[in-house]
Design a protein. Structure first.
Length: 87
């Protein structure tokens, strides 16, 4: 039985490959579709969240993006929880 963390890792890998297909990377369009389906509402608040120099996003860059989003969400969660505790 996989742990919760192993399941999270597996989900990120499978999600990347689901949208990347056989080519092994995401195009700007692939990333747009992935973000719209997996992070509804995120794109509407961004100027150009899909900017990439060569038009390709490999797994390492994808993982960095997801890690950055996770860190930002955690920071928001921590601040929100602290504010909630002060009430």
């Amino acid at each position: 039985m996989p742990s919760q963390m192993e399941h999270a890792m597996e989900t990120m890998m499978f999600t990347f490959h689901k949208f990347a297909g056989d080519k092994g990377y995401l195009t700007k369009e692939d990333l747009r579709v992935l973000m719209e389906k997996e992070f509804p509402g995120f794109l509407e608040n961004q100027k150009d969240p899909l900017a990439c120099r060569d038009g390709k996003v490999g797994f390492q860059s994808f993982f960095s993006l997801i890690a950055g989003l996770t860190i930002a969400c955690n920071d928001y969660f921590v601040v929100h929880m602290k504010q909630k505790g002060k009430k």
